[in-house]
Design a protein around this ligand. Sequence first.
Ligand code: AMP
Length: 225
Amino acid sequence: MSSGTRLVVLGIQGAGKGTQCVRLSHHYVASHISTGEMFRIAVMTRSPLGLKAKALVDAGELVPDDIVMAMVFERLDKDDTKNRGFILDGCPRTVAQAEALAEFLSPEDIDAAVDIVVPASMVMRRLLGRRVCVDCGHNYHLSAPPKVNWTCDICGGEVVQREDDNEETIRRRLALYDKETVPLVEWYRGRGQLESVNGVGSPDMVTARLVRAIDARRSKVERQP
Ligand code: AMP
């Protein structure tokens, strides 16, 4: 189907997945596909998809697999992802989504599923302090705000707290992560596709670890006859 780097990036909410996916997409010149961002845009623009997904996204519930995967497959069918590869952020989230993705990509597959690992005790503080640009999705934190008056340093958009970054919704999202996404990590491990990377440390340190793990895996695959 495609050339280029093809990655699934996993990690509990607050592990730094969004930040690292942007960095990986620049490093590998591959398209960053964030399903959470796609749903937020759909909700903001009140598209038919957004109207269907709004209540679920606001409550921290998962959107049904068939709706998510139809949206992702449409995106994966575009020329940029076919030619340059993709960094999938926030999808798959369930084993059923991963099975559907593998079937869609077959006979090819992803290069790796990379799990960014941080202790659960770190994530609530990170998520409660997180602020995002409504226009470009760039992440900030109360402890590292944009330079001027909650205006995005990159695009000038307004920087706000996400609707679903409140304590009750975060608890629900973390519970769903344990129930639905932890089995997915094991599913990728069972297929020999999992790379677990320590997500504690500065963004630069974590990016360096990710690139090392991904490059090692890609060169191993390329060496195989
Ligand atoms: P995220 O930005 O990845 O935390 O996603 C925000 C919200 O979008 C989630 O809490 C879900 O409501 C929805 N969502 C994003 N990706 C998926 C997915 N792969 N499966 C189901 N729901 C999703």
